[in-house]
Design a protein around this ligand. Sequence first.
Ligand SMILES: [Zn+2]
Ligand SMILES: [Zn+2]
Length: 240
Amino acid sequence: MPKSFRQRYEALQIEALLAQYPGLRIVPSQDERLALKGTLDFHVIGPANEDIADSYEITLTVRPGFPKVLPGVRETGGRIPKDYHKLHGGELCVGAPTEIRLRLREVPTLLTFVEGFVVPYLYGYSHRERRGTIPYGELAHGNDGIRQHLATMFRAKSIEQSEEFLRLAGMKKRTANKLPCPCGSGRRLGRCHNRSVNQRRKEIGRHWFAAEYEQIAELLKLYDDVETPLPPLRKHRLAL
Ligand SMILES: [Zn+2]
Ligand SMILES: [Zn+2]
């Protein structure tokens, strides 16, 4: 049975989000999406104790299927330029979708999304405006950002191996261990990088990886042709 609007609101815990960010409000939407609009105020102490208070005008569009389908965020105050970590169509590139979904798997609420990704993104931009740099460890943008996240997760040496590691993590341990290790050592996974894969599979469950693998080709296509920003802005910040 489809969930009522009220049930959907409750599942998203919108009240918790509005309590934390009272400058946001729900705006009427004509379709299944849910839109929030307004001012997002934050005061965050980031890496190296940089204390930043700022506010941005944003819209947050929650699509049916959340948290598998991620919300879209736009900055509507005209402050963040087109070539700074934006996707085609102008939504903010707040992080690698695999990483965001992994986080939402634990606490699938809008507050997790906003606090974990939207605020750190905006914090990074404010920091860059004020001091000229992005205060995070850096991740590649777009397509490479997704591969970089996966490579870090599996402790792979190169991002080229990411998809194969993801595929093996989505399989049963016994099956995967018999297959060649994606690192190219010539050994079977069971005698090579099995530790990092098994550990992740155990923590997260192979079905999560299998679901991500199923859509990885599409995901990479989607992020393939995101803008190529100016060289100093190519890198991506990690979430706080
Ligand atoms: Zn980006
Ligand atoms: Zn290996």
